[in-house]
Design a protein around this ligand. Sequence first.
Ligand SMILES: Cc1cc2nc3c(=O)[nH]c(=O)nc-3n(C[C@H](O)[C@H](O)[C@H](O)COP(=O)(O)O)c2cc1C
Length: 288
Amino acid sequence: MSNHASLLKSASVLVVEDNEFTSRLIATILRRIGVGTVYEASSALSAFNILNLSPVSLIVCDLEMEPMGGLTFVTLLRSGRLPEGMTANGRLDTGIPVAILTAHTAPDIVKRARDAGATAFLTKPINPALLQKRLTALLCEGTRHPSPDNEFLRVVFRSEVAPGVTKEHIKSIMAASQAKNPARNISSVLCFNTTHFLEILEGPHRVVDALYTKILTDTRHRNVQTVIKEGVESRLCDGWSMVFLGNEPSMIDLYRCYCGCDHFAPDGMEASHIMEFLTKVVARFRKS
Ligand SMILES: Cc1cc2nc3c(=O)[nH]c(=O)nc-3n(C[C@H](O)[C@H](O)[C@H](O)COP(=O)(O)O)c2cc1C
């Protein structure tokens, strides 16, 4: 048996496609080129069930699926997280190459998918001969999604609300973060009150770095102090949230313990205790 043939025979490919006809067609092509194991999942959720149980060498994933589309699927996979409610059976392999199957070749869609962690693009409608060639190449080249030593960059900063900043300014920060962070695979928690900000950003090194460079020059805050900038294996938080830390009685014990006063004052916090504070804030807001 040739080298290629034995590579293909030992490969397992997961097809994530909600259109039964397309899924069957791709599965048939995969078997025709000699792929040993082909799994078919009709949704991103059932794909995670398969990934949670079986090793997979390549994923071919449709872009438009309900309720979870291909972009969210890749973002979750690269972050090593399983969908809510699913219990991990082992460590999820975040480096599996993902070929996105799409009829959309608009540059912004391709860029968004690449940023999310897609490895390759296969175009619809399917051209069997071309698809056969691309899939063989992907499987035989042993392409993996790069995984740096520390998967994520964590940045924590504190700053003062700039004079003249209004509720409208805060709303526009909120809108930018809410719209952009999840799409860039950045998890974040922005804590603030009328005088201070404290934010944690976690995600792929390059994207967190680029966002933080932008935030540093934002005139809606001043005296920005980087408290933590380090590579980490896992994230403190999932998704995006913004937390107004006013004078709720339920939070006063945390302020007394970490800020040394009765209100949120990150400037007075020991840098070494900030992660502990954020962990407790996240836990309390998750519960409520
Ligand atoms: C305290 C503070 C926190 C911010 N956090 C975020 C954030 O998490 N995500 C984000 O996209 N922008 C955030 N911004 C806004 C960015 O500085 C920037 O205005 C925004 O990303 C829009 O940039 P763009 O239009 O050039 O993409 C924050 C700004 C401030 C002052």
